[in-house]
Structure formats: structure tokens, C-alpha cells
Design a protein around this ligand. Structure first.
Ligand code: PLP
Length: 397
């Protein structure tokens, strides 16, 4: 390990497109480039390619192809599921339930609906980031038209009691949507076993290309269209299809599901080694998220007395790419809404790092991180007024 080769530990942000996936996509850029809405041979080939990718997606989640609609990714799928069901069932009621730890693709969509007259209940979570099914049950009313609870959290990896939440909604005749963007490829996702009505997924999280995803819509579930225009996707989602992307998503989901067990074992072994190595070498570290019920490749820790961003910059200089819980991209440096909702103090939330492992990570890379991180934390703590206060308070005792 030279320290120059990139150690990529941010697979929850995105994954590289697998070479074999790129290979099946390539002909659709300039050889088989026909518009699937046309009628000649290369157009028919494009249509066939879309339908075969749809079958691959359907098979991967135990749905039927007619229940799969192609979108531009997780964000659009979430928007469509939520806005589409809300508007379609407006006559029944105007109440939506979600959780405080959802991705912004869900939270900001719900906020948009609040501005359009809908009432939204945001269910709290416990210290592990888990929603309580009984709290969901208590929040349902005759006005509730939709419940949206994510399958696995993108920051801390916590897995929700999804089948139970879906059952509660089914018994009350309320549509249940889940954002499964982080789950596909890491844990089994079976729409029938889960009993969900709507499910969002995104190709770039499972070694497929960016800018393409899908929404599962269970047969018989009503949903207004979100994107208006041509007759694509059986008149449900307009716009000329992203054929290379769709073909890539099909190949990637088939690949991800076929290797999911081995993948989960691999990332979990490395993740556990990373965590034990960190707590052996660094004091004042806490695990964020559920100790067991979480994604196999997710490790989110708070390092007391230091800023996550500072750690990230030092790690980046050493060729390690990870992530933090703070929404620094918004320029606000607000601590993560997920960690705050779990009751983690703001200073600890600011000192959080998220490592998300993937198929190309190696033991050697983990050892390199374990060599690199302790001196970074030590250096930063040496400059931390909070740490100085803490040391002084220990000396007094
Ligand atoms: N939902 C979750 C849980 C995510 O982690 C992400 C991406 O980070 C999204 C939705 C958005 O997906 P996309 O990047 O495909 O729009």
C-alpha cells in the first residue's frame, strides 16, 4: 500500500460502474442507437433491450416486468412515488407519514407537498435510527394516503422493520412506499416478502451507471404521472429512454443480486476489522447506528473533539475517500439530520465519519486506513479547545 492508490470507502455515495456492465452498455451509444419509439430494425432492437433490462430488474426484486417503471434515478423514483400517490389519492385524504431520517429526496418532496396543502407526520427514531411500528400505527388516520419509510439508511445503515410497517399499512388500506436505494445488492430485496406497494432503486449504488433507476409499482396501485410528454413507459413516464443506462442498470442489478451473499460477507468482514481496529487504536469513538441491524458495508463513527470535515481532508491527502455526516455541501455545516434525530449531541455529530465499503476493498487497504487515521485524530485533537478542556477536567479529578 503506497498511500497513492485511492482507497475508496464511500460506496454509499456511489459505486464505479463495473467493467462488464460498461461493456454491455457501449454498443447502445453509437451502434444500436435507434430511438425505441421508431419502427425500423435498430429501433426495435432498442425496445427489446429496454424490455430485457426491465425483466432483469423485475427478477432481482421478485416483481413482474409490468410493475417496473424506468426513471432517472432514486430521486425521481422517490418524487414520483410520493407526489404521484399524494395527488392521485387526494380525494381520500391529505395526510402523509414518513420518518425524520429519510433521504432529502423524500424529505424535501414531503416539504413541497406541505406547501401544497398536505399534512406530513415525521416519525421520530430511537437512538439507533430505528422507526417504531407502533408509532406508525398510532400516526395513521382515515386521512392518511401514503407512508414512506426507507429500507436502509444511507448515513448510518440502520435497517428498518419494513415488513411490519408495510403490514400495518396494508391492514389500513394505506399505500406503503420504501426507498430501497441503499439496500439493493447489500441485502435481499423481495417486494412480495416485504409487502410494499412502491419501491425506489438507483443503478449507481449497485455498480451500474448514474442517472438511471426504477420505481416498482405493485399491480393495481394508482399513481399520477410525474413527467409529462410522450408515450414512453406505457404512457407513465415521458421522455426518450436512456438506453445505454437502462441496459447497464439491467446488467448491474442481475450481477449485484447474483453475488449479494458473497458481497455482504466480504464488506462485513472488512467493516468489522476496520471498526475493531479503530476502537483499539483511538479513544473516545462511538458507533452510530444499530450494532447489528444495519447494512453490512456501513461504518459510521463519531470521534469526539474533532471535526469530521478536518478528518476527511487529512484522509483525502493520504488517498482515502470517506464521507461525513455534516451537510457541508449545502455550505451550512449543519450536523446531519439523521444523527441529530438519533439524539447524538451536536459536537459528536460534527465529528462523525462514514466509511462504506465495497467489492474492491482489501484487507491491506483497511490496514492502511488503520495506520493513517489515529495520527490524524491525534493531530486534530492536539488543536482542539474541546479536547484541551476535557484533558484539564481529567487532570483536576
Ligand atoms: N435515497 C437514498 C437513500 C440515497 O442514498 C440516495 C442517493 O444518495 C438517493 C435516494 C438519491 O438517488 P439518486 O442519486 O439516484 O438520485
Amino acid at each position: 500500500m503506497t498511500g497513492r492508490e485511492l482507497v475508496y470507502l464511500d460506496h454509499a455515495a456511489t459505486t464505479p460502474t463495473a467493467p462488464e456492465v460498461v461493456k454491455v452498455m457501449l454498443p447502445y451509444f453509437n451502434e444500436r442507437f435507434g430511438n425505441p419509439s421508431s419502427i425500423y430494425r435498430i429501433a426495435r432492437e432498442s425496445r427489446k433491450a429496454i424490455e430485457s433490462a426491465r425483466e432483469q430488474v423485475a427478477r432481482a426484486i421478485n416483481a413482474s416486468p409490468e410493475e417496473i417503471f424506468i426513471t432517472s434515478g432514486g430521486t425521481e423514483s422517490d418524487n414520483w412515488a410520493i407526489i404521484g400517490s399524494a395527488f392521485s389519492h387526494r380525494k381520500k385524504g391529505n395526510h402523509i407519514i414518513t420518518s425524520v431520517i429519510e433521504h432529502h429526496a423524500v424529505l424535501h418532496t414531503c416539504a413541497y407537498l406541505e406547501r401544497h396543502g398536505f399534512d406530513v407526520t415525521y416519525l421520530p427514531v430511537d437512538q439507533y435510527g430505528m422507526v417504531s411500528p407502533s408509532a406508525l400505527e398510532g400516526a395513521l388516520s382515515d386521512e392518511t394516503v401514503l407512508v414512506s419509510i426507507m429500507m436502509a439508511n444511507n448515513e448510518v445503515g440502520t435497517l428498518q422493520p419494513l415488513a411490519e410497517c408495510a403490514r400495518i399499512c396494508r391492514e389500513r388500506g394505506v399505500i406503503f412506499h420504501t426507498d430501497a436505494v441503499q439496500a439493493i445488492g447489500s441485502i435481499p430485496v423481495d417486494v412480495k416478502a416485504l409487502g410494499v406497494d412502491l419501491l425506489s432503486l438507483s443503478s449507481h449504488k449497485f455498480y451500474g451507471p448514474k442517472g438511471v433507476g426504477a420505481l416498482f409499482v405493485k399491480g393495481g396501485v394508482r399513481l399520477d404521472n410525474l413527467i409529462h410528454g410522450g408515450a414512453q413507459e406505457r404512457k407513465r413516464r415521458a421522455g426518450t429512454e436512456n438506453i445505454p443506462g437502462i441496459v447497464g442498470m439491467g446488467a448491474a442489478i442481475e450481477r449485484a443480486v447474483s453475488r449479494q451473499d458473497a458481497y455482504a460477507r466480504h464488506v462485513q468482514t472488512l467493516r468489522d476489522r476496520l471498526y475493531t481496529g479503530i476502537v483499539d487504536r483511538i479513544e473516545h469513538v462511538r458507533l452510530n447506528g444499530h450494532p447489528e441491524k444495519r447494512l453490512p458495508g456501513n461504518l459510521n463513527c463519531s470521534f469526539e473533539f474533532v471535526e469530521g470535515e478536518s478528518m476527511l481532508l487529512h484522509l483525502d491527502q493520504a488517498g482515502i475517500a470517506a464521507s461525513t455526516g455534516s451537510a457541508c455541501t449545502s455550505g451550512s455545516l449543519e450536523p446531519s439530520h439523521v444523527l441529530m434525530a438519533m439524539g447524538i449531541e451536536s459536537t459528536n455529530a460534527h465529528g462523525s465519519l462514514r466509511f462504506t465499503l465495497g467489492e474492491s476493498n482489501t484487507e491491506e487497504q483497511i490496514e492502511y486506513v488503520l495506520e493513517t487515521l489515529p495520527p490524524v485524530v491525534e493531530r486534530l485533537r492536539a488543536f482542539s479547545p474541546l479536547y484541551a478542556d476535557y484533558r484539564r477536567s481529567c487532570d483536576v479529578q
